[in-house]
Design a protein around this ligand. Structure first.
Ligand SMILES: NC(=O)C1=CN([C@@H]2O[C@H](COP(=O)(O)OP(=O)(O)OC[C@H]3O[C@@H](n4cnc5c(N)ncnc54)[C@H](O)[C@@H]3O)[C@@H](O)[C@H]2O)C=CC1
Ligand SMILES: O=C([O-])CC(=O)C(=O)O
Length: 326
């Protein structure tokens, strides 16, 4: 039997939390031989609701779940944690862009970055889900000087999965036929879902769809999918977001599929000309508990323009929170 690992989840009493915790406890994230201790953080007024979630976790009698800690103190939630899923943040409503949440949410991530720095395992793997996810991840990273910058990531896996699904449905193919998808940049309406490098049944995806569909249907559909869900459901995506978080962490911890890659917003090392230090979504492969940016992909002028636009937005978001970046 492996030693248990500690998994901190913030915003654990919220709607993504409700779709996420049971899957972590079941082994879907870290494997069905890996015992877990859940360390759940929410704000003080949510403690009753969080206790209710803990009661339900208990009532599942998950063999891998060794303990559940519920707290409103980030220093307790992040104590010795090996994985941290930072979900707790306000969601947007209709008519808002995700960056409109910066003012409400940014401060949360400076506090939590410091608490991670002071309490977490030095190898903690951090995934930021709360929006605007890339910039919140940057804030947490910059407030955690003793941790490795590459251990702070943000979630674009949901966009990646959305893009795969759009292509599969358009071409009437099984989802497993769609590979090598890339979301470049920000988890926002400037993100660039790239079909020049994606493949369908091994062939270049862009060659199998009309240019007009790619530019005027596919790209805006993927960019605006979060807003479409808010409009339809009256609440932002939750189960699909939790599913993407499971996929992101599972691949990072256990390795991504051979002969494919995944999209992860990670600390830019300057690859593809992207400003160093931004948390930017790239194509990544994961092995041995680490990620690496896929190098050498071709970017034509169209793609380069799209990368520049989303990079510019990320730089603007960063500048807007400079007071939180030590
Ligand atoms: N990156 C992505 O692909 C996606 C990101 N999101 C974002 O995830 C976030 C959470 O969404 P939902 O679960 O639907 O929201 P929710 O409102 O249902 O839950 C958020 C939870 O966070 C808690 N919270 C607020 N401040 C906190 C703090 N300082 N510390 C700990 N907990 C805190 C709240 O009390 C609440 O329980 C939102 O910002 C949303 O926009 C949602 C979908 C996809
Ligand atoms: O759109 C939102 O605000 C929630 C989210 O990030 C998504 O569904 O991609």
């Amino acid at each position: 039997m492996k030693q248990p690992v500690r998994v901190a989840v913030t915003g654990a009493a919220g709607q993504i939390g409700y779709a996420l915790l049971f899957r972590i406890a079941s082994g879907a994230m870290l494997g069905d031989d890996q015992p877990v201790i859940l360390q759940l953080l929410d704000i003080t007024p949510a403690m009753d609701a969080l206790q209710g979630v803990k009661m339900e976790l208990d009532d599942c009698a998950f063999p891998l779940l060794q303990d559940v800690i519920c707290t409103d103190d980030p220093n307790v939630a992040f104590k010795d944690t090996d994985y941290a899923l930072l979900v707790g943040a306000r969601p947007r409503g209709p008519g808002m862009e995700r960056k409109d949440l910066l003012e409400a949410n940014a401060a949360i991530f400076s506090v939590q970055g410091k608490a991670l720095n002071d309490n977490a395992s030095k190898d903690v793997k951090v995934l930021v889900v709360g929006n605007p996810a890339n910039t919140n991840s940057l804030i947490a990273q910059r407030n955690a000087p003793d941790l490795k910058p590459r251990n702070f990531t943000a979630m674009t896996r949901l966009d990646h999965n959305r893009a795969m699904s759009q292509v599969a449905q358009k071409l009437d193919k099984a989802i497993t036929e769609v590979t090598h998808m890339t979301i470049w940049g920000n988890h926002s309406s400037t993100q660039y879902p790239d079909l020049y490098n994606a493949k369908v049944s091994g062939a270049t995806a862009i060659d199998n769809v009309e240019q007009d569909w790619f530019e005027n249907d596919f790209i805006p559909t993927v960019q605006q999918r979060g807003a479409a869900i808010i409009k339809a459901r009256g609440a932002s995506s939750a189960a699909s977001a939790a599913n993407a978080a499971i996929g992101h962490m599972r691949d990072w911890a256990l390795g991504s599929n051979d002969n494919d890659w995944v999209s992860m917003a990670v600390y830019s090392d300057g690859s593809y000309g992207v400003e160093k230090g931004l948390i930017f979504s790239f194509p990544c492969v994961c092995k041995n508990g680490d990620w690496e940016i896929v190098q050498g992909l071709e970017l034509n002028d169209f793609s380069k323009d799209k990368l520049k636009a989303t990079e510019k937005e990320l730089a603007e978001e960063r500048d807007a929170v400079s007071h939180l970046l030590p």
